[in-house]
Design a protein around this ligand. Structure first.
Ligand SMILES: Cc1cc2nc3c(=O)[nH]c(=O)nc-3n(C[C@H](O)[C@H](O)[C@H](O)COP(=O)(O)OP(=O)(O)OC[C@H]3O[C@@H](n4cnc5c(N)ncnc54)[C@H](O)[C@@H]3O)c2cc1C
Length: 452
């Protein structure tokens, strides 16, 4: 008998769930309901200076398999590209300094990997040892700060790891869950021979020169359009789900235009949008969802004439630690980093602003925001000339935060919903990771619950 599954939200999580069901469960009739008039959620590519420059995510991690797996299944894997420039820097003490290489999640593996001026002598000296915590790390989840500070010292954490890992979700690494955001750090910190020994062993086994990220030359929109293309009229845009009820015959989803009936529902909307839908079904789960904090980010794309700004061809950009006091949190030299975004006459920069504890960017109008970021670019890159083109991409409440204990909370939530709302799966970026591959896997795992 045909079963009907309705997926709410056509971001990468919802589209990946639909893809999995479409291919692996021919007996399931899939419908995707999306509030916005366009699919993709935080994946959106628009033309800028004649090039397909992403407004949100622009690439995905390939050390985890799910992004590559999805592109493979969509016939896009051969088109993926690796960055052309792989060296990045940090803005530390009023200068751009190279991110140590080799490093794992920002932790340098040897003192020689660290350029002068980045770490005090004591912290450098510690890097020649095994990187042991003075006392064994306590059981359970810990913050990234607690683990890295204990194993390799405060300076490595504050000057290297925090800017790198905090940048992933505009969060504060001292408060972030190691289990949810960087389980490798926790495992290495508990390695009997020490964090650095563990990372050095891992590095010895890694493929040399392997790319960490991949992108599509047409932008992330290409992945979205491939996913949407196979759905046809199973995708309903401009259709906001306003309520969800369970009855004897299954689920009813209410939208302003029509009601939808389903045997199963996969909710992939942001957690603050899922909370009111879940509240009538299981209040504690709704409270958990509503309690997940989100940071807002703004991404501003700049084009500069090459006569005004030139960046080294082997450099992909730089990160800015919060202690620097700038508005910008990162600057990607997109035109150097990605060959497909190389413009013969212009440098293309993607500049980010916004952290969970620094929302100054939200108070600025467009002109003031561009002015402030131009000042930061003058400070860091010395560019005084005006850009020839700018584009502002605001992402309010876009990056969920994972405090210590988050993974356990999500396990509890999933278990509670199995009991109180059978046939409903709630997932998305706030549950198992914000990265595109993590979201794809969340969609796959949700779909599997309906594959017999
Ligand atoms: C600026 C920025 C840059 C990023 N860069 C990267 C990167 O380079 N690499 C990377 O791996 N990750 C990156 N990320 C993270 C990644 O893009 C996101 O975590 C991921 O795309 C989220 O996907 P999702 O499907 O879970 O959620 P979303 O993309 O938010 O999709 C949820 C969808 O649900 C819809 N919706 C909401 N409410 C309803 C409702 N009631 N009814 C119907 N539909 C509804 C929304 O309209 C939306 O389309 C970035 C994020 C941001 C903000």
């Amino acid at each position: 008998m045909t079963r009907r599954v309705v997926i709410v939200g056509a971001g990468i999580t919802g589209l990946s769930a639909a893809h999995r069901l479409f291919h692996d469960a021919p007996d399931v009739e899939v419908t995707v309901l999306e509030a916005s008039p366009r699919p993709g959620g935080k994946l959106i590519t628009n033309t800028f200076s004649g090039l397909p420059v992403d407004e949100g995510a622009d690439s995905f991690l390939v050390r985890v398999p799910w992004g590559t797996q999805l592109c493979n299944e969509l016939g896009l894997a051969d088109e993926l590209v690796a960055p052309a420039a792989r060296h990045a820097s940090l803005w530390l003490d009023q200068a751009l300094r190279p991110i140590p290489s080799p490093n794992v999640l920002g932790v340098p593996l040897y003192p020689e990997a660290v350029a002068p001026g980045i770490l005090p002598d004591d912290d450098l000296a510690r890097l020649s040892g095994p990187g042991l915590p003075n006392q064994p790390l306590p059981e359970g989840d810990l913050s990234i700060g607690a683990v890295v500070r204990a194993c390799v010292g405060d300076a490595v954490f504050e000057r290297l790891v925090a800017p790198l890992l905090g940048g992933i979700n505009a969060g504060e690494a001292d408060a972030m869950s190691c289990t949810a955001m960087a389980p490798q750090l926790l495992a290495a910190g508990r390695h009997p021979e020490g964090m650095l020994t563990s990372f050095r062993q891992q590095l010895a086994q890694a493929k040399p020169g392997a790319a960490v990220f991949n992108a599509h030359p047409a932008g992330m929109q290409r992945v979205v359009s491939a996913l949407v293309g196979q759905l046809g009229d199973r995708l309903r845009l401009s259709t906001t789900v306003t309520a969800l009820t369970a009855g004897d015959k299954g689920w009813t989803l209410y939208t302003p235009g029509e009601d939808f009936w389903a045997d199963g529902v996969i909710l992939t909307v942001p957690s603050f949008a899922a909370a009111p839908l879940v509240a009538p079904l299981h209040l504690p789960s709704a409270q958990t969802l509503a309690g997940i904090e989100h940071a807002s980010a703004t991404l501003v794309t700049f084009a500069y004439h090459r006569r005004d700004l030139q960046v080294a061809a082997d450099q992909s950009g730089f990160l800015v630690p919060q202690s620097a006091g700038l508005l910008m949190t990162a600057c990607s030299y997109s035109g150097s980093k990605w060959a497909h975004l190389h413009h013969p006459e212009k440098e293309i920069l993607r500049v980010s602003a916004g952290r969970i504890n620094d929302q100054r960017h939200l108070a600025l109008d467009d002109e003031a925001l561009i002015d402030a970021l131009r000042q930061d670019l003058a400070t860091t890159l010395g560019v005084q000339a005006p850009p020839c083109e700018t584009r502002i991409s605001p992402w309010p409440d876009s990056l969920p935060q994972f405090p210590v204990g988050h993974a356990d909370q999500m396990t509890q939530l999933a278990g509670d919903l199995v009991e109180s709302a059978p046939g409903l799966v709630v997932t998305g970026a706030a549950h198992h990771g914000v990265g595109v591959p993590a979201c794809i896997n969340s969609g796959f795992q949700a779909a599997k619950k309906f594959i017999s």
